[in-house]
Design a protein around this ligand. Structure first.
Ligand SMILES: Cc1cc2nc3c(=O)[nH]c(=O)nc-3n(C[C@H](O)[C@H](O)[C@H](O)COP(=O)(O)O)c2cc1C
Length: 164
């Protein structure tokens, strides 16, 4: 099983999470600013990560790659999403980049994996939480840095089962 963690990160928070996830899953860790669809086509599974900016926007480096991702044929590939955000300052747009990545992967035919529990966050009023779960791993390294490593480890456990 070949796995790529592909991240976009402005201040390094999502990059740090990506690196930890890649290390646990023994995956390649790639910056979205430097990847091509041809390169990603060779992997069995993609773990896509972005921080959220503006009012729920993708991290800048994803803007150029998202249309390319949507144009890929991801049938037969498993895709999970993750990212960092600020759930206290941006409760209504917390982690919306994850929703955008997941929708793009679904449109491209991917099999979606990697939902995560919503326990431990306050007043989330964003579409990143749907049906009582997060659509992926939504980290808040700003307000809850002490919870980040445990959340990553638990989520990677879920992914390992889904990827087995
Ligand atoms: C101007 C600004 C807008 C932001 N907008 C959001 C937002 O809408 N939703 C969210 O969850 N986080 C938001 N954040 C928080 C960032 O996503 C957070 O700091 C993130 O960890 C940055 O990750 P990065 O260093 O990987 O880019 C915003 C931060 C700033 C400074």
């Amino acid at each position: 099983m070949s796995i790529a963690v592909v991240y976009g990160s402005t201040t390094g928070m999502t990059e740090e999470a990506a690196s930890k996830i890649a290390s646990i899953l023994q995956a390649d860790c790639l910056n979205v600013a430097e990847v091509s669809p041809e390169q990603l086509a060779g992997y069995d599974a993609l773990i896509l990560g972005s921080s959220t900016w503006g009012a729920g926007d993708l991290q800048d480096d994803w803007d150029a790659f998202l249309p390319k991702l949507e144009g890929m044929d991801l049938k037969g590939k498993k895709v999970a999403v993750f990212g960092t955000g600020d759930h206290e300052g941006f409760a209504d747009t917390f982690g919306l980049a994850l929703v955008k990545l997941r929708e793009a992967a679904a449109d491209a035919g991917a099999t979606l994996i990697g939902e995560a529990p919503v326990e431990g966050y306050d007043n989330i009023d964003s579409a990143v939480a749907a049906d009582g779960k997060f659509v992926g791993l939504a980290l808040d390294s700003q307000n809850q840095p002490e919870l980040t490593d445990a959340r990553i480890e638990a989520w990677c456990g879920v992914l390992k089962s889904a990827l087995a």
